[in-house]
Design a protein around this ligand. Structure first.
Ligand code: PXG
Length: 485
């Protein structure tokens, strides 16, 4: 057997930023064959969100390297990644600037904590920069490592805030159907995924209301009317639970893992009104929507939301290293600082200096390359080209985008907005065709979703639209028999 390091080779000419020694981080994939990697993977690696028995029968695809929007597998097959990893790689793969920032910080100060009246420059600088970028009434940042930890922090902060205000009974967190807020016990409970509730994510004091999913909701309401109806399910639930028992509403500006549910324009203003009227904190989970994903810096900017709390992760570092943050608005921060006493909460890696240094370099790239504007305009091109190629396709019920994030609804009868029976697995059939054609596009139910890196070029857009069209056409051939007409 090889030791863990035998797969790492040195590439001459690569220098540490201080010039002291050469280094390489390239994995020598030739160290094992694809068959060996797959066998070892099946033997030892329990993947997240996976049916392990069926994966063992199918085996994994082993991804070995990446550049720009492309991945390569262990057989050197090139794959177009239109999911930015898992909604992460805003600036694309292979950005030397981020590797340099990590290496320089590791040599300068690889780790120190922020618990005992200490802090590190990257964490301080990043906090200032995030406050400037988010704007509104945000002047404080709390760091964690994952999106789940950030949302967990929001839950604890919201309850702590009300306890400080003398209302400890205000504990309920309201979210929505199809919401994804993480996979810890609390965040799975906060989310709206029934399968996660069944597997231990069923804590008390959480409640879900309707998602603003106009396309998926049968009925005659137009989008604007439906947005109000969906928002008012929150008001109804607050009244049922009693406003004196509700701490916060949490929502993703656009629900990502739930199927890129883009709410009608009427939705968020009504949610904001309801939260204000009943004195409920409003938390925006921007783990996916942050950093240009919806056409502006943050989803809250895109939809005009003024949240009290905001979670950030993924695009914060483009996923190169783990880091998350909670933006704490003045209303909560002032209470916490002035009257909160000690907040018994934090993580070993809160404000990790290497992660913060990478985040700063990532923000530099986004700013220097105008990626928020670029992403917004590339998103428009994606939508126009998808409409041209697939708008009239009988399987395609709706194409929707907001900046460089979007979805394609696959339906049985587009004239009636009628979906296939869920056991037909049409989305999964399409995802498999994408994968077989070396395109990463995800399926949520029968909704195909995409969120390419903001650096996607015109040629890559054309390639994406071509591959997506091919996969949808192949899916159509498979499922035509189930369709109406
Ligand atoms: N909030 C949102 C909005 C997310 O999308 C989390 C919190 C949790 O982040 P961590 O870092 O703890 O995973 C997420 C994560 C999917 C998928 O299937 C999406 C996520 C994670 C895993 C799978 O689209 N989002």
């Amino acid at each position: 057997m090889q030791s863990g390091l035998t797969g790492l080779g040195m590439i001459p000419g690569m220098k540490l930023p201080d010039g002291r020694s050469e280094f390489s981080m390239t994995s020598n994939i030739g160290a094992r064959t694809t068959t060996e990697w797959k066998k070892l993977d099946s033997a030892h690696f329990l993947h997240p969100f996976t049916d392990h028995k069926s994966l063992h029968q199918e085996t994994s695809r082993i991804i070995t390297r990446a550049d720009g929007l492309y991945l390569w597998d262990s057989d050197d097959v090139k794959i177009l990644d239109c999911m930015a990893g898992l909604w992460c790689t805003t600036v694309g793969y292979g950005r030397r600037e981020l590797a340099d920032a990590a290496a320089a910080q590791m040599m300068q100060l690889p780790y120190y904590n922020a618990f005992f009246k200490t802090a590190t420059p990257p964490a301080i600088e990043l906090a200032e920069r995030l406050c400037q970028l988010v704007g509104m009434n945000f002047q404080h940042v709390f760091y964690a490592t994952s999106g789940s930890e950030a949302v967990d922090t929001i839950i604890r902060l919201a309850r702590h805030y009300w306890a400080i205000k003398g209302k400890p009974q205000k504990k309920y967190i309201i979210s929505r159907q199809y919401a994804y807020h993480g996979s810890t016990i609390a965040t799975a409970s906060a989310g709206g995924m029934a399968d996660m509730h069944k597997q231990g994510g069923d804590l008390p004091f959480f409640s879900q209301v309707m998602a603003p999913y106009w396309y998926g909701h049968q009925g005659d309401l137009d989008e604007a009317q439906f947005g109000i109806v969906a928002a008012r399910t929150l008001e109804q639930r607050i009244l049922e639970l009693g406003p004196e028992n509700v701490a916060a509403f949490i929502g993703e500006p656009i629900q990502g893992a739930g199927g890129v549910i883009i709410p009608p324009d009427t939705y968020w203003p009504e949610v904001q009104r309801i939260c204000r009227e009943y004195d409920i904190l409003l938390a925006a989970d921007e783990v996916i929507c942050g950093f240009g994903r919806t056409g502006q810096w943050f989803g809250s900017h895109t939809f005009g939301i003024q949240p009290d709390l905001m979670s950030l992760a993924k695009g914060l570092t483009s996923g190169y290293v783990p880091l998350s943050a909670v933006m704490v608005g003045d209303r909560v921060a002032n209470e916490l600082i002035d009257h909160g006493g000690e907040f018994h909460h934090g993580f070993t890696y809160s404000g990790h200096p290497v992660s913060c240094a990478v985040a700063l370099a990532n923000l530099d790239i986004i700013e220097q390359e105008n990626l928020v504007e670029v992403g917004a305009s590339q998103g428009k091109k994606i939508e126009a080209q998808l409409r041209a190629a697939l708008g009239d396709h009988p399987l395609v019920g709706q194409i929707r985008t907001k900046g460089p994030i979007g979805a394609i609804e696959l339906v049985r009868d587009k004239s009636k907005r009628e979906f296939f029976p869920s056991d037909a697995g049409v989305g999964m059939i399409c995802r498999n065709h994408c994968f077989a054609n070396n395109l990463v596009m995800r399926a949520v139910r029968d909704t195909m979703i995409f969120c390419p890196a903001l650096v996607i070029s015109d040629a890559e857009i054309a390639e994406f639209v071509g591959l997506a069209t091919r996969a949808i056409e192949l899916t159509y051939r498979d499922v035509k028999g189930l369709m109406v007409g």
